[in-house]
Design a protein around this ligand. Sequence first.
Ligand SMILES: C[S@@+](CC[C@H](N)C(=O)[O-])C[C@H]1O[C@@H](n2cnc3c(N)ncnc32)[C@H](O)[C@@H]1O
Ligand code: SF4
Length: 308
Amino acid sequence: MMHKSLFEMSKLDFDLPANTTADVAEKTLKHPCFNGNAKEYARMHLPIAPRCNIKCNYCNRKFDCANESRPGVASEIMSPQRALSRFLEVKQQYEKLSVIGIAGPGDALANYKNTRETLMLIREHDSEVAFCISTNGLMLYEYADALHELGVSHVTVTMNALDPEIGAIIYDHIRYKGEIHRGVAAAKILIEKQLLGIKKAADLGMLVKINTVAITGVNDHHIVEVVKKATELGAALSNIIPLIPVVGTAFEENTPIDDEALGVLRTEAGKYLSQMLHCRQCRADAVGRLGDSGDKGHAGGCRKLNVG
Ligand SMILES: C[S@@+](CC[C@H](N)C(=O)[O-])C[C@H]1O[C@@H](n2cnc3c(N)ncnc32)[C@H](O)[C@@H]1O
Ligand code: SF4
């Protein structure tokens, strides 16, 4: 049963799908990424997932540089046991630690054994904290039932294209069931699995958010279509994020979408699905309230990460 005061304090800016349980609704109210009004709640990303099963042409997970806060970086890769110890420490620091997220630095479902073990260990010590995972969606259809059983309430899927020709520009390759696929064939498999996975997760009652990286001249004209499709599949929120042109990637010279064009895109996409407007594009080891200094990089130069 939800407390009335909680509703009053942190109303949602979007509609929950009809199959959302009271438990998932309450967790959503306290989830600072899904609910922009839940500012007093803290989340903790546990960097237990170093590997990835696809290669996005904008992603560089090899280095952790001072004061750099972007997705795909973490100062340390943790074992599940170490993640539990850190969780117990951070829980002492933040009275309102409401969410544990697995956001890489690789993919939660390309490291499913670690993800499962970590979440099970934490659940033994905390029956209430929400579990949230981020994934490229390649393995979501296969793992959705297991995630639901583990108590994962929130899932973010990065979906950048519906058209495999566009996907082939964004993704270098995928590894699916032990085989490497490239080009349009790879994008076709990834997109098909994303669509199946999003629908399955949403049907199971998990709250699904779609991240879409806006890449100027590549998928920016296509994003509204992506969001429209995600809506049909049962996603609850869309988060259109500007490309960070990271050095050493194929898109290092891409001009990031400007605020005005991003605003137009969000308005158009918002006609189909509520838009998340407060994303901070956090690190894989971010801790605290959104925008706290805990999101910043380490002190020092750049160091190489062992992400496989
Ligand atoms: C590092 S990923 C981890 C989760 C998962 N592997 C995925 O891609 O969804 C977290 C988010 O950051 C995004 N991301 C990674 N590199 C980025 C970049 N250079 N610019 C913008 N977004 C980026 C991903 O697309 C994803 O939505
Ligand atoms: S799926 Fe995520 S971790 Fe993997 S390459 Fe793409 S952005 Fe990087």
